[in-house]
Design a protein around this ligand. Structure first.
Ligand code: MTE
Ligand code: CO
Length: 434
């Protein structure tokens, strides 16, 4: 593939053949990382004023402790923010923004930049005005105040929330140039709250009760049916996230956490849990959040988020600026079916794979951070990552997924992402056939 073909392949059609890239002579291979290779040597005769001169910050007072009673990121980090895609945002009160996962590290999503999705806007609901009703097929219908919730035994659990529509715009081909937009409908927080089971047991579920219907206090109500088995297993009514009160946009003062299951079921501003003998078949589980296949039929009750991973850096928003040599390749992996056990990284579009290093052992239904410590020779790469979870499931390629699901679905696209990293260090969202 010559320069011209490559350019037209990128701008004209995002789908490109893997072989074309390899013919272009990208020589690839993991090299040992030389210790300290990135550190700047202090050359004689070129003194660095940052070392030799006294700097303003060392010769005057800094801010007092009262300057930031509640802290925000330093102004130099002002672009690490939620962003939306204007053409997806017909109306901001019924829309979505995206977590800047390209710029984050570790696994916990800072609350202030965790994506939001609202069907009818984020509402302001004071704790005093909060009520949670449990009704339907129960011995004793109950209404809890926020203070009541605080008196039940609590659990802590770190969980990812992924919108079922995450990567939904990528079904037909590579489209959005940034991991924030292609995989950023996800956040991972430590929740503190009351197991839903405890509240249901307080009300006493009747033997006919087989489902719960959960809804929020906002105008959309976002009602969803959840099998009683899941509701009694690990669902949490959360009142804190990352140690502090939920943010308004994440459901203050209480939201549902449904570990491993699609974000739409994580009802915010939770106001009612009705025990029923069958699912309600609400709008959000019939015309929406079902996956239309090539023949026009739809998959239903696709609650679990299958294993997925993505390289967050380098990526289109995180080009390589330092040239060849030691390069930290990093990303995130997660599975709604349990813990991540392994992540593989490819630099040649899935032809060969290397096992990445997990920063910490995978935690069930939480994000896992992976790294590949790599010595980049400056040639182009087709970067991919592939997640494995504890059930033995391996993240599929987009072609494998499309062969089964077609291209009509918006939801549950967990296919392997490819970044074309050019010798300049710039990266682009592309696809390779597989
Ligand atoms: N709950 C209510 N009450 N209203 C909503 O609009 N949106 C749902 C879910 N719960 C929604 C809701 C969807 S589609 C998703 S992906 C998650 O909330 C988003 O949660 P977040 O805004 O905390 O990211
Ligand atoms: Co959603």
């Amino acid at each position: 593939m010559d320069e011209k073909e490559r350019d037209s392949a990128v701008s004209g059609s995002p789908v490109m053949g893997r072989r074309g890239f390899l013919r272009a002579g990208a020589s690839v291979g993991a090299l040992a990382v030389g210790a300290g290779a990135g550190a700047r040597a202090m050359a004689e005769g070129t003194p660095d004023p940052l070392i030799t001169e006294q700097q303003p910050w060392a010769s005057q007072w800094g801010d007092g402790v009262d300057a930031t009673p509640y802290g925000l990121p330093i102004r130099f980090e002002g672009d690490v923010i939620r962003r939306n895609v204007p053409w997806l945002t017909a109306d901001v009160v019924s829309s979505i923004n995206f977590t800047p996962i390209h710029a984050l590290d570790g696994t916990i999503t800072p609350t202030g930049c965790a994506f939001e999705r609202h069907h009818s806007g984020a509402i302001e609901l004071a704790k005093e005005d909060y009520r949670l009703m449990i009704n339907g097929l129960v011995e004793t219908p109950l209404v809890f105040t926020y203070e009541d919730l605080e008196r039940f035994p609590r659990v802590n659990r770190t969980l990812f929330l992924e919108c079922a529509a995450n990567s939904g715009m990528e079904w037909a081909g590579a489209q959005l140039n940034g991991v924030q937009f292609t995989q950023g409908m996800i956040h991972n927080m430590q929740y503190s709250g009351v197991p839903l089971r405890t509240l249901l047991e307080e009300a006493g579920v009747k033997p006919e009760g087989k489902w719960v219907y959960v809804e929020g206090a906002d105008a959309s109500s976002n009602g969803r049916s959840i099998p009683l088995e899941k509701a009694m297993d690990d669902v949490i009514v959360a009142i804190k996230a990352n140690g502090e009160a939920l943010r308004k946009e994440h459901g203050y003062p209480a939201r549902l956490c449904v570990p491993g299951w699609e974000g739409n079921m994580w009802v915010k501003w939770l106001r009612r849990v009705e025990v029923t003998d069958e699912p309600v078949q609400s709008r959000e589980e019939t015309s929406k959040y079902t996956d239309t296949l090539a023949d026009g039929t739809s998959r239903k009750w696709t609650w679990v988020m299958d294993a997925k991973s993505v390289i967050t850096s380098p990526s289109p928003q995180m080009p390589i600026r330092h040239g060849k040599g030691p390069l930290v390749i990093t990303g995130l992996a997660w599975s709604g079916r349990g813990a991540i056990t392994q992540v593989d990284v490819s630099i040649d579009g899935g032809k060969s794979w290397q096992v990445a290093r997990l920063a910490e052992p995978g935690v069930a239904m939480a994000l896992t951070r992976f790294y590949l410590d790599f010595d980049w020779d400056g040639s182009e790469m087709l970067l991919q990552s592939r997640a494995h979870d504890e059930t033995g499931y391996v993240q599929p390629t987009k072609d494998q997924l499309r062969a089964i699901r077609g291209e009509n679905s918006v939801y549950h696209n967990n296919g392997i992402q490819t970044w074309w990293v050019k010798p300049t260090g710039e990266a682009e969202n592309v696809e390779v056939s597989s």
